[in-house]
Write a protein that binds this ligand. Structure first.
Ligand code: MLT
Length: 200
């Protein structure tokens, strides 16, 4: 997968940066830096193109996901992280996703499918990636959800349902609410950074 890797300081997590629809691996670099300038960075570009816009999995309509494609792309991303850990020599068990919108959805899908894919995740404006699925045990996994009370793309119920599904699997989840629609604001990033520094 097309990506950017930047080595972090010894013992620091690697931030897996996952952009929103129409983004690239460059988009979230400043946010990764705001969250932890000492962390490693693995920033990946989604391989699906929707009218020329990169995404991490196909959708049939806005908010309606192609679930078969989601499952395959989630597996591919998980394998890619493992391969990158081998190639670059970072700790596969110390990866924290930072995703926005479509990138948050594939990060949530990693959590829904694999027990050890992520140590933690910062999900900006996510949805429930797939329903009616038994989650793997996620004890010891911490998740920050940034959501909008008036997000037209990700309704409040999506963030609330995502929180309960992750908690039922054993994850510890914190939800931060904003009221700027689907936008990723500086205050939301600041809240994510505070949460991260309390944990790691
Ligand atoms: C998705 O398709 O993953 C969500 O609707 C968010 C987005 O617009 O990317």
């Amino acid at each position: 997968m097309k990506h950017i890797y930047q080595e972090g300081k010894e013992g620091k997590p690697t931030l897996l940066l996952l952009h929103g629809t129409g983004g690239t691996e460059h988009d979230l670099l400043p946010i990764g830096n705001m969250i932890d300038p000492d962390a490693g960075i693995l920033s990946v570009r989604g391989e699906v193109l929707e009218n020329g816009m990169p995404r991490f999995f196909r959708r049939l309509a806005e908010g309606v996901f192609d679930l078969e494609d989601l499952v395959v792309r989630t597996k591919d991303l998980n394998s890619f992280i493992g391969q990158a850990a081998d190639d670059y020599g970072f700790d596969r068990k110390n990866v924290i996703a930072v995703g926005y919108s479509n990138g948050a959805n594939i990060a949530a899908s990693l959590l829904f499918h694999y027990e050890d894919a992520l140590k933690g995740a910062i999900l900006h404006h996510p949805m429930v990636p797939i329903r009616d699925k038994e989650l793997p045990p996620l004890n010891g996994t911490s998740v920050f959800i940034g959501a909008g009370t008036n997000d037209p793309i990700c309704p409040m119920e999506e963030a609330k349902d995502l929180k309960s599904l992750l908690e039922d699997a054993g994850a510890e989840v914190h939800v931060h609410w904003e009221n700027f629609g689907h936008s990723l604001t500086r205050t939301e990033i600041g809240a994510a950074a505070d949460w991260y520094h309390n944990k790691y």
